[in-house]
Design a protein around this ligand. Sequence first.
Ligand SMILES: [Zn+2]
Length: 85
Amino acid sequence: MKTRKRHSNESGYVAERLNPNRRGHKVVIYLAEAQGIDVNGLRYATVCDQHGQVQGWPSLPKARFAMKNPDEFCTDCRNEAKGGG
Ligand SMILES: [Zn+2]
């Protein structure tokens, strides 16, 4: 698996940020439809690029909050945070 992957040239890319809890990994926001992500019709999707978990959001502020707090949507991040990684 590639780690230091750049996402900014991908379809539907909105923003990316280093995962605050997992060094060297990112959380990315996409326009879900443009990226081909199915999140039940929600406009935005956040992706944990370490674990591949995806969550849909109806608004960009909510997606940005999740980007900064991947424990909000990635159960693997949440479990690792609780378990001490
Ligand atoms: Zn994760």
